[in-house]
Design a protein around this ligand. Structure first.
Ligand code: NAD
Length: 462
């Protein structure tokens, strides 16, 4: 499958058309927004099989993963937005101090304008269309650009996009780095970028030209802290689940484990059972186990395994022709090992041995703020201690990744893992300008006279 890239010469007219539609208020009526959200719901719902097939071709994604993490979440958030839009978009009346009691103050919710959404390949539907739900709900006109690496999914989404959504307000273009760089030269009212931190910096620098606000949904190394009192079998199952989901190619996948040597040894005994229960004795044959997106990423991951100074204690097998890498556990990983440097983004789970929880906290705080942090302990005080002494975009206690499926929780990074947040109402807020409005009455002019000069001592007492 070859994905047709758009010619960059098409961009100025395309963006101007979207800006004109916005200026004409096409996307502002709430009825219009709801209709388009219904259409987006129908896009994923009526074409679920074709979309799942494309995801399978790109990532060997299982039907259940595609349904839950790609299609189901778009359906759920479209419905959520349709059902809550009247409330989200309604003016918010605010309390004022005594001095402003005669003025009426409220916040108008106004769409920010024409926005750009740039997606990644790992969840090529979710990452592209979830921000779109909020952008439509907010009343923006939108240009989306899927990742060029999930070729099959990008092609199907591109075909369906213009069939289901109003072309005057929502457009899709395809391309790689060159095309994205070209898009970034134009003026947008918000840029919503998901991807690596390196490209995040390029996006932010380009946005600075017009002081365009950005949301950066980036990645990083999301740590797991295992206290000494954990339930080993449950922890093993949940870690295997989190690291195998989409073959570890998830921004919030558990990236590495910090625990004592005793816990490491107990875990190494338990993890093979968890793998076998989920994927059988040969996960390569399992319909539920995915593949690496392409040979470049396969080679990157293979290189990590060949260079680590840790011990490969579980897994380690791979097949380049099939882009298959077995879930691999690397124990006793030195603190400065190659596996501790960059985000792994694949099915390799290193264990770094630490003395205790304080040592784990110190290790995390010496590094960039992670997108997610996963503390495991049966003791609430230990969990609170870990949360009080660390920072992360999000956290799941005694499990991994599940917070991303709760639309009432803001999803986003902190520090180097990103800025801004979305999901549910937070996406609506991202694409909404909160305009402060105060209405000053024409009556009471005598009462207000003291604000006008010349002033006297009495005015100062007011
Ligand atoms: P990618 O290669 O698909 O790139 C993302 C987007 O950036 C694509 O649309 C691509 O065309 C564009 N791009 C690539 N290079 C560019 C350049 N030089 N200039 C301008 N645009 C460019 O995806 P990736 O970057 O490999 O994504 C993986 C990263 O994304 C990981 O770090 C992962 O953690 C992160 N991620 C974060 C989230 C989140 O929600 N926080 C979700 C998914 C992935």
């Amino acid at each position: 499958m070859v994905l047709r890239f758009n010619d960059v010469k098409e961009f100025p007219k395309l963006i101007e058309d979207l800006q004109t539609s916005f200026a004409k208020h096409l996307t502002k009526p709430l009825g219009y927004r709801k209709k388009q959200l219904e259409q987006l719901y129908n896009l994923v719902d009526e074409n679920q099989d074709e979309l799942c097939e494309a995801l399978f071709k790109d990532l060997h994604k299982s039907k259940i993963e595609s349904t839950l993490a790609e299609i189901g979440i778009i359906r759920q958030e479209c419905l959520d937005a349709i059902n809550n839009l009247d409330e989200w978009a309604s003016p918010e009346y605010v309390k004022t101090s005594m001095i402003h009691k005669i003025n009426k103050c409220h916040i108008r919710k106004e769409p920010v304008g024409t926005v750009l959404i740039v997606g990644t390949w790992n969840y090529p539907i979710h990452i592209l269309l979830l921000p779109l739900v909020g952008a439509i709900a907010a009343g923006c006109t939108v240009l989306v650009k899927p990742s060029e690496l999930a070729v099959n999914t990008a092609a199907v989404v591109t075909k369906l996009f213009s069939q289901y959504l109003d072309k005057n307000a929502y457009r899709i273009v395809n391309g790689g780095a060159t095309e994205t760089m070209s898009l970034l030269e134009y003026r947008f009212d918000h840029i919503f970028y998901t991807g690596s931190g390196a490209v995040g910096k390029i996006v932010m620098a380009a946005a600075a030209k017009y002081l365009t606000p950005v949301t950066l949904e980036l990645g990083g190394k999301s740590p797991v802290i295992l206290a000494d009192d954990i339930d080993i079998p449950i922890t093993a199952k949940r870690l295997v689940w989190g690291k195998s989901f989409n073959t570890g190619q998830t921004c919030i996948a558990p990236d590495y484990i910090l625990c004592t040597r005793e816990i490491q040894e107990a875990l190494i005994k338990e993890i093979p059972k968890a793998i076998k229960n989920s994927y059988g004795s040969d996960p390569q044959k399992s319909p539920d186990y995915g593949r690496i997106i392409n040979q470049r990423h396969f080679d990157r991951l293979s290189n990590l395994l060949s260079q680590t100074k840790g011990k490969i204690v579980i897994g380690g097998n791979s097949d380049r022709d099939d882009l298959y890498i077995e879930l691999t556990i690397v124990s006793d990983v030195p603190k400065n090992d190659i596996l501790t440097q960059e985000e792994i983004f694949g099915p390799i789970l290193p264990i770094v041995v630490v003395e205790n929880v304080d040592d784990a906290i110190k290790y995390i705080n010496e590094r960039d703020t992670p997108l997610a942090l996963y503390p495991f302990s049966k003791n609430d005080k230990t969990i609170k201690y870990i949360l009080d002494n660390t920072r992360s975009g999000g956290t799941v206690i005694n499990d991994t990744m599940l917070h991303a499926s709760v639309s009432t929780l803001p999803f986003g990074g902190a520090g180097m893992s990103g800025m801004g947040a979305y999901h549910g109402r937070y996406t609506f807020d991202t694409f909404t300008h909160k305009r402060s409005v105060m209405s000053s009455p024409l009556a009471f002019e005598k009462l207000l006279a003291s604000r006008y000069a010349p002033h006297n001592e009495f005015d100062l007492k007011l």
